[in-house]
Design a protein around this ligand. Structure first.
Ligand code: AMP
Ligand code: MG
Length: 713
């Protein structure tokens, strides 16, 4: 089926005229154009749809109207209400009962109450957010009448972890659909009568040649895409985004013939006639894949790092939560050959193209035969000429009672279901002898026993490692859509810094240790390091360098000058020209972390002390960069080990000590806590994390150890 136009209708059961969120929206895709329209009343929407259908018929085009409420009710309802087991009979019944005024005042709750009274005991409908009571319509969920289900067969197939269709019986509450169906079906029934044979309702009627087709849709099948679009444009109205995206996806599918596989509901015809079916249910992957990949990643908001006024020392966990909420992926996607994608982050879920193993085969070198023709005790099976080897299948059949030489990895020839290990046999070349009984299917691998074609393999956000590349390749996934590498710019600031350690230094100079450290961390994390050099403590020069960074990097790490003093030029500059939030974090070593947006690019102003810069980069920058790179927030897992040291700490801030495990697996810490002691960073193999509260540690006490490897180093 293909259509010239796709309309997607987001209905509303509002009792007064309404615009904006939770009102009626119509998305219309035609050619490459997609428009959305907001309709404040149901009368207005019906008139608009009528016009659209008339125009389409005059222009001799085809129009699919996707409608976001249930076309039918769970099996059993239609017959009880109308005597006929058909959803369309319910449409006509409701059309006769529902009164809906031009100002949206309507009687759907009274009608639901009437329907409920047609059952002994509670009827199926429930939910009433109004003050007035409707006798027969409860405010809370009641037991369903015998034989009626909560949901329809199609609902399960349209569900995803992000969204699940609500029960049609529920009439009030967030995201409900029950009232939409009661107010919407009469409108659809009228359209049917107005347009006769020119309009078909899928899946109740054959629609191959009708110019106008109505079909139920569930826009939340695109919940992930809607979410991403909302992140790009936080001021957009969700309903508008939903109808636009779904109309776009359906239009693409219509163009490419992709709608055809969706037109056969995966349920018995009687069920479908009563309950209806959601177009696309069970085909979420195809539906989602029909949307063009987002090439333009969303921008971060300028105020994303804002701290509420009056906040002083922020606990580490609060700071991490805020950072996590402020950021989102920014990199965009590209498609690569799987073999080239190690270290990259998947931008889309991967599904197996082929099963592993693709065919049943032998797990050992030995002899293959049909198990049914063997028994216990000594077995002697005549050997066929030839053999089955990996890559060299045996062409013939193996009759019951005969055996064939078979090698590891060879496809089981027809007739073979069991293999006996070569070491357990004797042979004279004409026959093979072994002791029975042998277990059926012994020493064989089933087709797809590892993974089957179509299985979900790895999710979006997963960073590919060598074993993943092996898995994807084995499953026939030759290309993967991955995130573009995050470009991480690094700048060092300070008049005392000398960039090149091969140059002789004057007494007042020190070598710039932070920049190579941070660049090497970025590279190690799989990002693209962008060396933005060293810059003197001069606001204009720092600004110029940040400008350069904003054009060439997705995120900038600076070190030095991040506190609030006279010489703290980075924070002074960001405060006056960027959008700085100086986060005073209750953390040792570290403390001030300057977070700001500079021309749309986040800047992490790390402390100058190499130890503090390193710890802040591990604790704050690493999870944040991972989130921005599309790999999700990554917290180190760590583990508990006995301490090999004494320490007493005050309450009020978290501490990270440079540590390594001794021969007994106990954490020893570096002798000096001085934050200029770079040797301790290099001596250590991880950090010991001491909690925010006061604590006295004695040797043997449990402490949390976070190895560098947990931070991806
Ligand atoms: P600041 O945060 O600029 O006040 O610097 C704090 C301390 O860290 C000072 O002793 C600086 O000399 C030192 N420092 C700053 N940047 C670096 C760097 N890139 N490499 C080594 N030490 C640095
Ligand atoms: Mg400085």
């Amino acid at each position: 089926m293909n259509f010239d136009r796709i309309a997607v209708l987001d209905w509303s059961a509002a009792g007064t005229p309404r615009q904006g969120a939770d009102s009626i929206w119509l998305g219309l895709a035609s050619g490459d154009q997609v428009t959305t329209m907001n309709l404040p009343t149901r009368h207005g929407a019906e008139a608009h749809l009528t016009d659209l259908i008339e125009q389409t018929l005059t222009a001799r085009k085809r129009l699919l109207i996707g409608v976001d409420f249930a076309f039918g009710y769970p099996a059993g309802f239609a017959r009880h209400l109308t005597g006929a087991p058909q959803a369309l009979a319910v449409w006509d019944w409701l059309e006769a009962q529902i009164e809906d005024a031009p100002d949206n005042r309507n009687n759907h709750k009274a009608v639901a109450a009437t329907i409920n009274r047609m059952w002994d005991g509670d009827g199926p409908f429930w939910g009433n957010g109004e003050k007035r009571d409707y006798p027969g319509l409860g405010r809370h969920k009641a037991t369903l009448p015998d034989g009626l289900s909560e949901q329809r067969a199609t609902d399960a197939l349209a569900s995803s972890p992000l969204a699940k269709p609500k029960s049609v019986w529920q009439l009030s509450g967030a995201g409900v659909v029950g009232a939409q169906s009661l107010t919407g079906l009469p409108m659809l029934a009228r359209l049917r009568r107005s347009f006769g044979d020119a309009l078909g309702v899928w899946p109740f009627q054959p629609c191959e040649s009708t110019p106008i087709v109505l079909a139920e849709v569930y826009p939340s099948m695109l919940a992930a895409e809607v979410r991403a679009a909302m992140a790009r444009d936080p001021d957009a109205i969700r309903d508008a985004v939903q109808v636009r995206l779904l109309a776009t996806a359906l239009a693409r599918l219509s163009e490419t013939g992709g709608l055809a596989p969706m037109l056969t509901p995966d349920a018995p015809a009687e069920t479908v006639q009563q309950e209806g079916w959601i177009l696309g249910a069970g085909h979420a992957t195809a539906l989602r894949a029909a949307l063009p990949a987002t090439q333009v990643p969303p921008r971060l908001r300028d105020d994303c790092f804002a701290m509420p006024q009056g906040v002083d020392w922020v606990p580490v966990d609060t700071a991490l939560d805020r950072l996590r909420a402020a950021l989102h992926p920014v990199t965009g996607e590209e498609t690569l050959a799987t073999a080239q994608a190690s270290g990259r982050i998947l931008a889309q879920d991967c599904r197996a193209v082929r099963s592993n193993p693709p065919s049943p085969n032998s797990a050992v070198d030995g002899y293959g035969f049909a198990h049914a023709a063997t028994s216990s005790g000594p077995q002697r099976l005549p050997l066929l000429q030839g053999r089955a080897a990996a890559g060299q299948p045996f062409e013939g059949n193996v009759p019951p009672g005969a055996a064939i030489r078979i090698l590891t990895g060879a496809i089981l020839p027809p007739g073979v279901d069991t293999v006996v290990l070569e070491e357990d046999t004797a042979t004279d070349g004409a026959a093979v002898v072994f002791d029975g009984p042998v277990k059926p299917r012994a020493n064989t691998r089933r087709a797809g026993e590892d993974m089957q074609a179509g299985d979900a393999v790895l999710p979006a956000g997963h960073a590919l490692r060598a074993p993943d590349v092996a898995l994807l390749t084995a499953l026939g996934i030759g290309r993967v859509t991955v995130q573009r590498p995050l470009r991480v710019g690094v700048i060092s600031t300070g008049d005392e810094l000398l960039p090149d350690p091969a140059q002789p230094a004057k007494p007042h100079q020190i070598y710039d240790a932070n920049r190579p450290m941070l660049l090497s961390m970025a590279a190690r994390w799989g990002y693209e390091p962008v060396d933005l050099g060293h810059v003197r403590d001069d606001p204009d020069r720092i600004a110029a360098r940040l400008n350069k960074g904003a054009g060439t990097a997705d995120v900038i790490l600076t070190s030095g000058g991040a506190s609030a003093g006279d010489e703290d030029h980075v924070s002074n500059l960001l405060r006056t020209q960027g959008t700085l939030s100086s986060w005073r974090i209750a953390l040792k070593p570290g403390r001030p972390l300057a977070l700001a947006m500079w021309q749309g690019v986040p800047v992490f102003g790390l402390p100058g002390n190499p130890v503090a810069a390193f710890v802040c980069a591990l604790i704050f920058a690493r999870p944040a960069l991972s989130l921005m790179a599309g790999g999700g927030w990554r917290a180190p897992q760590g583990f508990t080990v006995p301490a090999a040291f004494n320490k007493s700490k005050k309450p009020g801030r978290r501490e990270y000590l440079r540590a390594r495990l001794d021969a007994d697996g106990r954490a020893e810490v570096f002798a000096s806590e001085g934050s200029g002691r770079i040797s301790g960073l290099s001596w250590a193999t991880g950090l010991v994390e001491l909690p925010d509260q006061a604590l006295t540690v004695a040797p043997g006490d449990p402490v949390r150890y976070l190895p560098y490897s947990d931070f991806g180093l």
